[in-house]
Design a protein around this ligand. Sequence first.
Ligand SMILES: NC(=O)c1ccc[n+]([C@@H]2O[C@H](COP(=O)([O-])OP(=O)(O)OC[C@H]3O[C@@H](n4cnc5c(N)ncnc54)[C@H](OP(=O)(O)O)[C@@H]3O)[C@@H](O)[C@H]2O)c1
Length: 312
Amino acid sequence: MITVGAMRVFVTGGTGALGRYAVPALVAAGHTVTALARTPDKADALAVQGARPVVVSLFDPSALAAAFVGHDAVLNLATAMPSTIGFAFRRAWRATERVRTEGSAAVVDAATTAGVGRLVQESVAMLYRDHGSRWVDEEAPVDHYPAAVGNHAAEASAHRFGAAGGTAVVLRFGLFYGPGARHSEQMFAAARRHLGPVLGPPENYLSSIHLADAASAVVAALGAPTGTFNVVDDEPLTKRAYADALAEAARTTSLLRMPGRAGLLFGDRLTPLTRSLRVNNARFRASADWAPRYPSAREGWNATAAAFGRSP
Ligand SMILES: NC(=O)c1ccc[n+]([C@@H]2O[C@H](COP(=O)([O-])OP(=O)(O)OC[C@H]3O[C@@H](n4cnc5c(N)ncnc54)[C@H](OP(=O)(O)O)[C@@H]3O)[C@@H](O)[C@H]2O)c1
């Protein structure tokens, strides 16, 4: 068992889908949380969750360094992902690329200047190449498709922090779902209309993680050693089984699974979502005090459906 004493942590992205779960989880674990806020209403929301909001630009290393002084760890959870439709358009990725490239570099520069010892950097498991039905661990080769530019840059920033002597923990998350994950509400609403979300061949694997489990992984990362870790649930499902799990949670049947193989027509613009990724979480489970509450999307979607009241 890895025990982590109370830390002073600075969170970026604390107002996002993951951050809204991670900030209260950090507070509940006894940590003192400071979080970046961009607007007064977001600052208020952070304060309600028990964090101290600080208004500072992610792209200003000297202001960030001043804000980071006195913290034991910085958790960089900021992203600006495109909408599901925007996924296919290159320009829609620019905001998140800037956050992950320029922003993560500024975070590392500032954390180094401020003498912060630990960095946790959000990344994605969709960086791996298609592995068919084979399990994927952290040693598997990654891919450099266009939408992955920002994630590779963020990981490189984290490695730079580690090379300079800090503890750098990179978390490669599976596909988020659960209340608060934008696409979850869309998928659940579609399931109620008998539409099953299957992007790519139905026999391909999808590795997902409920937002509550992603947040508990962020907390556990405060006790992990330097390294890159997959944060996915225990049992990735095939896309067909995933659509069935969603339909079952919605108390309906998946009559039309779409867009299926037609998703392949978008080539590398949709490749993070169409490829087969059966990702293994063993390294993180062995290195940190973490286990997912929802072992697969079956349990996680049931809980999500209950939270949505089965009709969002
Ligand atoms: N692994 C995955 O499956 C995965 C990964 C990432 C995102 N997503 C999904 O994609 C959807 C959108 O995600 P998202 O992460 O882009 O949005 P999000 O959930 O709104 O969170 C993004 C966070 O980063 C912050 N941020 C954005 N731009 C920033 C900037 N320039 N400077 C400082 N902070 C900035 C946001 O602040 P504000 O609140 O002020 O905007 C927010 O706290 C979510 O529903 C999420 O579930 C999935």
